[in-house]
Write a protein that binds this ligand. Structure first.
Ligand code: PMP
Length: 350
């Protein structure tokens, strides 16, 4: 007997992107006397917020002339690559996907991207954005030199930000019926922060907007110095966020931002463990940054205020650090994790 399987089409994939659950973090909200909500973006088919941008960017690439059999090229720290890989495979024949990634990208993600059929090219991170070996420049050069290679360009193509202006922002606004007092998000490309804040500000001028940041990134400095400095200090294990220069997505963002806050890795890790312990929801490192930042912002707003943020992805792709007792010890986080949460760090590889 021949069994035939229905193909999961690009239309089906696209129809499942967005409209993610808006979750109230109950215990934290009770503790603070302010409401903390986050969009659970792992509910997207590619399990991250980057599905939203990928759909808009791919539609744009098709409108610009992407042909069947062409190669989608992107510079990414991972999640956009996963979204593009899945989306590309929902077409028949699938588009090829070539990704240029920072060489520090966690191996878990590289393995996943390769298993999804992507060609992954590691690029140096110890160079600044003007350097020819910077991963965005390597990607651009590849596209210039290869026929049938199409630059998706989440960094500068504003269809990325448009996805959030047209979907994430309105979803938040409608689900809370306009009862939003603050929004905070970290920036990778800045598409989420820029697009959502632009939409929310268009609905309510006095909404408070903060950028969340990690160590090793200059965004907090950029915001708090009014755009004069990208100074950064330290480093962080949090992937997918952090900036040292302005992307096209972020143009005009400074005018919408009220402030920025840097969250340290230990706080990020404890926030992730606590959320799971309190409410049974797994989120990845950048979500830990966002939720910790949302709590700080909420405390600056009057009692009863509502602050929203995003939880971009799941923790699984970071397990070799996030749940690895040996890594947590060597990076100096273990002793700061409350005893009762130690049970979540059970992965013991080196
Ligand atoms: N968190 C993670 C884990 C990400 O991969 C990204 C995207 N790089 C972001 C947050 C930030 O999203 P955006 O590119 O819209 O700033």
């Amino acid at each position: 007997m021949t069994v035939t399987y229905a193909t999961y089409s690009s239309e089906e994939f696209i129809s499942k992107v967005g409209n993610t659950p808006l979750i109230k973090y109950e215990a934290l909200s009770n503790e603070l006397g302010r409401n903390i909500y986050f969009k659970l973006e792992s509910s997207n088919p590619g399990q991250s917020i980057k599905d939203r941008a990928a759909v808009y960017l791919l539609r744009d690439a098709i409108a610009r002339g992407l042909q069947s059999g062409d190669t989608l090229v992107e510079a990414t720290a991972g999640n956009t690559g996963i979204s593009l890989a899945l989306l590309a495979r929902s077409f028949d024949p699938p588009y090829k996907v070539r990704l240029f990634v920072p060489d520090v990208l966690i191996q878990d993600k590289v393995d996943l991207l390769e298993s999804l059929g992507c060609t992954v090219v590691k690029c140096r991170v110890d160079v600044d954005q003007e350097h020819p070996e910077f991963f965005l420049n390597v990607a651009q050069r590849y596209v210039d030199e290869h026929e049938g290679a199409f630059y998706v360009d989440q960094t500068h193509n504003v269809n990325n930000k448009r996805a959030h202006f047209e979907t994430t922002g309105p979803e938040i606004w409608n689900e809370l019926q306009g009862n939003v007092d603050g929004f905070v998000a970290a920036a990778g490309t800045g598409g989420t922060l820029s697009g959502v804040s632009q939409f929310l500000k268009s609905q309510k001028e006095d909404i408070v907007i903060w950028a969340a940041d990690r160590y090793g990134s200059g965004l907090t400095s950029y915001v708090t110095t009014g755009g004069r400095s990208w100074e950064s200090e330290g480093d962080s294990f949090v992937e997918g966020i952090g900036k040292k220069f302005l992307t096209t997505q972020m143009e005009g963002l400074l005018d919408r931002l009220d402030s920025a806050i840097t969250i340290d890795d230990t706080t990020t890790i404890v926030t992730i463990y606590k959320l799971y312990n309190d409410q049974g929801i797994w989120v990845g490192p950048s979500a830990g940054v966002n939720i910790a930042a949302a709590a700080v912002l909420a405390k600056r707003l009057p009692e009863g205020s509502t602050v929203v943020t995003t939880a971009a992805d799941l923790p699984q792709n970071y397990a070799s650090k996030l749940f690895n007792r040996k890594w947590l010890e060597s990076a100096g986080h273990w002793d700061s994790i409350p005893e009762e949460l130690h049970k979540y760090a059970t992965y013991l590889s080196v």
